[in-house]
Design a protein around this ligand. Structure first.
Ligand SMILES: [Fe+2]
Length: 367
């Protein structure tokens, strides 16, 4: 598979997308709907790390690349910067991130947003550390297949040799990655120095402009909607307009009306609980780690099917971002509140339908 020459991306018509049920368990190679259970995707050994690619530019029409990284203690990357913006979300273990002159330890629920060109170095601190990495754009996605070895494994190889720095450096330039000087830091010492005390308050505002930043679990720009809490972890202004990331938490909730978008693409990742999705005429349950890609044209709806559900939405491009601002109310609450009796914001939804990229095609599934 030639990854170093960007392929021409196959972007089927909206009509084709609308009539194509989601592919299950495999990457489609064209911008069509698909669903992956946790552990499915293209897998590569990179030393003692297993990288499971769940979205390539050819699956997303060149919009983004996404992969799970699972690795062992002390797996580390050099200090590198990408030509594409990057978003990281930790689900297991502890990840040390050296970013913008500071060292932070990320634990499950923490995230980092790294604009294009910002140097960052990663070190996995736990024996089993897992995080999602999303890269907007197409420049650097080829590095993993070029540097790694394709594998059928679903767990990293404890005895694998580290990736040679020379080989990594040689390939980096080919994929728009710059390697930066960074003094070696003893992981334990860095952790002792920088493990934060309880923060005085949670950050609820995101940076005004693109810059590297880290959010602890529960931080972010909170917007409440009926019984759910939507939290912006990254807005389009932080990713050069390529995507934004929204964490949604809530209890059981019914399906929303079936609809599609002409430009906007939604990517649903279940973090906790269970999400029921209706996409392309199929109902698909997402459990933690499961992923569904609903490109523009896909008729879809979702519901939360478990009392404690958390979802990460990676949404491309920026066109639909105002939906969350118009349909929700700002709040400082870091968790969803079970208010229950609030009326649906019909007026706001009228504005959404008039001004944003959404077409409702029917009632919620089953209604
Ligand atoms: Fe949608």
């Amino acid at each position: 598979m030639a990854y170093d020459i960007p392929p021409a991306y196959d972007i089927p018509s909206l009509e084709t997308v609308r009539s194509t049920p989601p592919l299950r368990g495999a990457l489609p190679g064209a911008r069509l709907p698909y669903a992956l259970e946790h552990g499915e995707g293209h897998r590569f050994d990179l030393g003692r790390a297993l990288v499971t690619v769940i979205a390539r530019p050819e699956d997303t029409g060149g919009a983004f690349w996404a992969a799970w990284v699972l690795g062992g203690r002390d797996v580390a990357t050099p200090c590198i910067s990408h030509a594409d913006p990057q978003f990281l979300y930790v689900t297991e273990g502890r990840l040390q991130l050296r970013l913008a002159g500071a060292t932070r330890i990320l634990v499950p629920g923490d995230s980092a947003t790294i604009p294009a060109g910002s140097p960052a170095a990663l070190r996995l601190l736990s024996h089993r550390t897992r995080f999602l990495a999303v890269l907007g754009g197409t420049s650097t996605f080829g590095l993993v297949p070029a540097l790694g070895l394709a594998t059928e494994r679903r767990m990293y190889d404890l005895h694998a040799a580290d990736v040679s720095a020379a080989r990594a450096g040689e390939l980096a330039a080919r994929f728009g990655i710059a390697v930066h000087e960074l003094p070696d830091v003893d992981a334990a010492a860095a952790e002792a120095i920088t493990e934060p005390a309880a923060p005085p308050s949670l950050a609820t505002a995101l940076p005004a402009e693109a810059q590297p930043y880290v959010l602890e679990a529960g931080e972010g720009e909170h917007l409440e909607s009926l019984d759910q809490l939507n939290t912006f972890l990254a807005r389009a202004r932080h990713t050069g307009g390529s995507f934004f990331a929204v964490h949604t938490s809530g209890g059981r909730s019914p399906y929303i009306p079936r609809h599609f978008h002409r430009l906007h693409t939604e990517n649903f990742l279940c973090l906790q609980g269970r999400i029921l999705l209706h996409a392309g005429g199929q109902e698909i349950a997402l459990h933690p780690g499961d992923f569904l890609h609903a490109p523009a044209g896909t008729i879809h709806s979702f519901s939360f099917a478990a009392h404690h559900t958390q979802m990460l939405g990676i949404l491309t491009t920026e066109v639909f971002e105002p939906f969350f601002d118009w349909m929700n109310r700002p709040t400082d609450a870091p968790v969803h509140q079970e208010i229950g009796d609030r009326a649906f914001p019909a007026e706001a939804f009228g504005r959404v339908q008039a001004e944003l990229d959404v077409e409702v095609v029917g009632p919620p599934p089953g209604v």
